[in-house]
Design a protein around this ligand. Structure first.
Ligand code: SAM
Length: 320
């Protein structure tokens, strides 16, 4: 029926994300030796897309690393990371390879996606060898479980009824400091469903933070064009729920009782949060002459970093 076609279209979006990431990795914008295994065939993206992918990757990795380092600095208990709609995100493997691990790392997506991810991991020694030794395959190959990493299948629209019990069964501890990550996922959920997740976090996890990276400003001409473009590639995508402004994305968390929330669009992130030496390095990889277009595009994506309580380790972080 219609609903399952729409779900299928949403699942397809993780290939797009992986193709862009592989393009940026192959050209040397980012270091991700793992993403190639999830992409067939590779495609070279335009310079402005690669630049955007770089910023997105930089912001996410920076936040994950700051969190893990802050845990060490405060000698906190070991902490947790929960990736909502993880798709083919390779961050777990990148961190693991660097010897940067948290107490428990959870990834969640539809079973169709987690099954593909698990199969790819098992096929590639470079990925499989980074799984904890006690990893077990479950649910017909759609889940992986171990003491430190779990790949969980399910629908984020049934977060409380279906996914929370699975998280708990596999060791989620609401008393651990927990960082949630959501990259281009909430836009596909009705606000009712994403608000349910956000509210569950504040009500149930004593010390939590979330980093989201989502499209914003869908209503101006460029924003409309981007949404139409997304729909054209994934015909079945109907409801796309982007917040209208930077203020509203950050206000979303404050109005639901979070302690602190900061939102930065990607254009500002590019100008403010990268080192000069990094920008020089990027310019050598590919010349970017479409600055106006890049800025316009980048103004339509934003990071939001919010935390629920004025406590360590999150009050020590400054990712944006
Ligand atoms: N976060 C990954 C990244 O940045 O590479 C993937 C992003 S992709 C654009 C969106 C992901 O969200 C897809 O993998 C899709 O399957 C997942 N997703 C969307 N709605 C979902 C839902 N209701 N339940 C579970 N996963 C969902």
């Amino acid at each position: 029926g219609g609903a399952s076609n729409a779900d299928h279209a949403v699942q397809g979006t993780c290939n797009d994300a992986a193709v862009s990431r592989e393009s940026a990795a192959r050209l040397g914008y980012i270091v991700d030796p793992f993403i190639q295994h999830f992409v067939k065939p590779p495609q070279r993206r335009a310079p402005l897309i690669n630049r955007g992918t770089y910023c997105r990757f930089h912001g996410v990795q920076n936040t994950l690393c700051q969190f893990i380092q802050a845990l060490g600095a405060t000698a906190q208990s070991s902490g947790q990371i929960v990736v909502l709609g993880a798709g083919f995100d390779t961050s777990y493997f990148i961190l693991e390879k660097e010897g940067m691990s948290v107490g428990k790392y959870f990834e969640i997506d539809f079973a169709e996606i987690t099954a593909k991810k698990a199969a790819t991991i098992y096929r590639q020694p470079s990925l499989k060898s980074l799984l904890p030794k006690d990893t077990e395959v479950a649910l017909g190959g759609s889940e992986l479980h171990s003491s430190r990493y779990s790949l969980i299948s399910g629908d984020l629209r049934q977060f409380q009824s279906h996914l929370v019990p699975k998280l708990v069964e596999h060791g989620f501890d609401p008393n651990e400091p927990t960082l949630f990550l959501s990259e281009c996922v909430l836009i596909y959920l009705d606000p009712e469903h994403s608000d349910n997740i956000i509210d569950w976090i504040t009500q149930s996890v004593s010390n939590a933070a979330i980093l989201t990276y989502e499209q914003i400003r869908p209503d101006d001409r460029f924003g409309q064009m981007m949404i139409d473009n997304l729909r054209a590639r994934q015909l079945e995508l109907r409801g796309l729920h982007a917040y209208p402004t930077l203020e509203s994305t950050s206000q979303r968390f404050l109005s639901r009782g979070w302690h602190s929330s900061t939102a930065v669009d990607l254009a500002v992130y590019h100008d403010r949060c990268l080192d000069d030496s990094e920008r020089v390095r990027l310019a050598k990889i590919e010349f970017l002459d479409e600055w106006e277009e890049f800025t316009l595009l980048a103004q339509h994506y934003a990071f939001t970093f919010a935390y629920s309580k004025d406590a360590e380790p999150f009050q020590m972080l400054c990712p944006l």
